[in-house]
Design a protein around this ligand. Structure first.
Ligand code: ZN
Length: 240
């Protein structure tokens, strides 16, 4: 069994299509998604359609909750707020209902899916420090948890202490729990602008990260044409 896990597509159609094309050659059995399918990018509707076509399970991200009015926009900076209003106008009622149908967490042996953190999934906290990882490990009931949200790929490993790894290939020891941030498809922020995707083999415990280049300039042109903030176009090339 090979499971692809993607997150934070952010309405970036070119990045999502490039990831799907890559997965076509990877004999993947399932595709799971960790949310933030919409928000920031110019193609929320088309990305939502592609996610529904191919992703077996999707959990909701903070951008879905913001678009649905379930999250206070005071948490968002002005650029994110602008993009949220733009996205809400761009989606149909039926599409908004699809976003509303997504749960905050999904648990099945041996994995848990959540967008932000496990201790308070509805608050969409980040897991960036050992302490934040500790709070989520306390709630993790499966050997491995998959998260997105920070757009930075990293794996937290629990043994006597909490360690972390940024290796592209990691063999998990199911005796010790792990929380894997799969990075972002549509707006990476680790300095590498290529789309990020993880393939997980639950029998072996193998986690492999892949980075997929895509046509960034095409997305930037669409962002500028659509009236979304220019900063959202710039940052794609920087991967920040
Ligand atoms: Zn995001």
């Amino acid at each position: 069994m090979r499971i692809a896990i993607i997150s934070d597509i952010h309405a970036n159609l070119e990045a999502l299509e490039a990831v799907y094309a890559f997965l076509d050659g990877q004999s993947v059995d399932r595709v799971l998604c960790l949310g933030d399918v919409v928000g920031y990018g110019p193609d929320p509707s088309k990305c939502l359609g592609l996610i529904q076509e191919r992703c077996e399970i999707v959990v909701a991200g903070n951008h879905e909750h913001a678009v649905l009015g379930l999250l206070d926009l005071d948490y968002f900076n002005p650029v994110a707020r602008h993009a949220t209003h733009w996205t809400r106008d761009a989606l149909s009622k039926a599409e908004l209902e699809v976003l509303r149908s997504w749960p905050l967490t999904h648990v099945e042996d041996p994995l848990t899916l959540v967008h932000g953190s496990l201790d308070q999934p509805d608050l969409f906290d980040y897991i960036q420090t050992s302490w934040e990882a500790h709070l989520s490990f306390q709630q993790l009931k499966t050997p491995v948890g998959f998260i997105g949200h920070s757009h930075v790929p990293i794996t937290f490993l629990l043994s006597d202490v909490i360690d972390y790894s940024t290796e592209d290939e990691l063999l998990l020891d199911f005796g010790n729990q792990a929380i894997v941030n799969v990075g972002s498809v549509g707006q990476p922020r680790d300095g590498n602008p290529d789309a990020s995707v993880v393939i997980f083999d639950p029998e072996q415990g193998m986690v492999q990260r892949h980075r997929i280049p895509y046509d960034i300039e095409a997305v930037q042109a669409k962002i500028l044409e659509s009236g979304l903030p220019e900063f959202l176009a710039q940052r794609l090339a920087d991967g920040r």
